[in-house]
Ligand binder design. Sequence first.
Ligand code: HEC
Ligand SMILES: [Cu+2]
Length: 362
Amino acid sequence: MNWQIPLMLAQSTDNLEELRKRTAAISLDGTTVPDSALVRDGTSNPFSTEYWFPTQASSFAAEVDFLYMAVFWISLVFFVAIVGVMIYFCIKYRRKGDVIAPQPSPSHNTAIEILWSVLPSILLVWIFYVGAESYFDMRIPREDAEEIHVTAKQFAWIFTYPDGDQTAELHLVRDRPAKLILQSEDVLHSFFVPAFRQKMDVVPGRYTYAYVNPTQSGQYRLSCNEYCGTGHSKMKTMCEVHDTVDDRKNNTKWIKADHQPWENGKRTYQIQCSGCHKVNGEKATGPALNLIWGIDEKLMTGQTVKVDEQYILDSIWEPAKDVVDGFGPVTKMNSFKGILNQNDVNDIIAYLKKLKEESPAQ
Ligand code: HEC
Ligand SMILES: [Cu+2]
């Protein structure tokens, strides 16, 4: 269709080699991301139907594209209708010959005014509804989602799986939902996989989340989408969606971990925290930590806060921020910022989850 032409000119086949070169990313272990990651994104063939949008590789990709095209066509129809009528009126009512004073005209028309208020309102509410629905799909992870930590740093990505193993590319399994927990070691980055239609800011000192249920196996581009320094354009790798869990296990270059994350967390706890926190339910200088994961914690201020990744990070880096009810007004806990990094905190979180799981039902 015609609206594809401007884009085709911008990235004609002549530029393909150049585009390939620029897009071939070197991962941490020195391997190059294969061209197939490009092909599957649809950028290699300007005449393929995938050229306009990359492959739809996630459960919500089709919805995103649908809404995009719906908004595009609605805008186009209104643009043509409004500009068309405008041009027609300009010609029809142009100043002609000796007519000087404007002709009297009706000042308003109730039927038309109601129509042009109600019709766009219905359209806008519909756009909002469809948009909100897919937005929730992207942001609210399914309970059974596998948790993968995504660390962005100048200028690479590191992916950490539940057992502590790491990779330089993101490896997922088809039809196996994943909850990506994003963190940055330095500046603002942005996680972007066009084929998933998923993009999320990666912010230092915060956890952000992205959810994806990959529906098609293959290799897709993954890049940083927020200018983060001179090496920003090198900050790309790929996301490979495998057919099965075994497939992923056997065909991935793992950086093997010596210990499970929770084991590391337990060690840190024993060295740094056990002087003030117990894990048998008893209160000491600080609250017991074995059951706190996931609860709504009551603070000194009377507010409640959900105990999630961010809460734990804040508790460790800025203990004065959310002081637990009964332990105030000034917390006895010192900040561990500079002593424990966010990965150490992740390990502690893994340990807290483990403690909670292993405790007898409440
Ligand atoms: C000097 C004593 C002390 C040490 C050491 C200490 N804490 Fe604390 N911690 C406290 C006190 C007191 C509170 C309660 C007041 C507050 O919320 O800051 C607390 C609160 C917390 C909370 C919030 C608990 C809740 O029930 O919501 C977490 C989580 C936490 N600490 C984790 C840690 C971790 C992890 C370490 C080790 C890296 C650690 N603390 C080391 C004293 C300590
Ligand atoms: Cu970046």
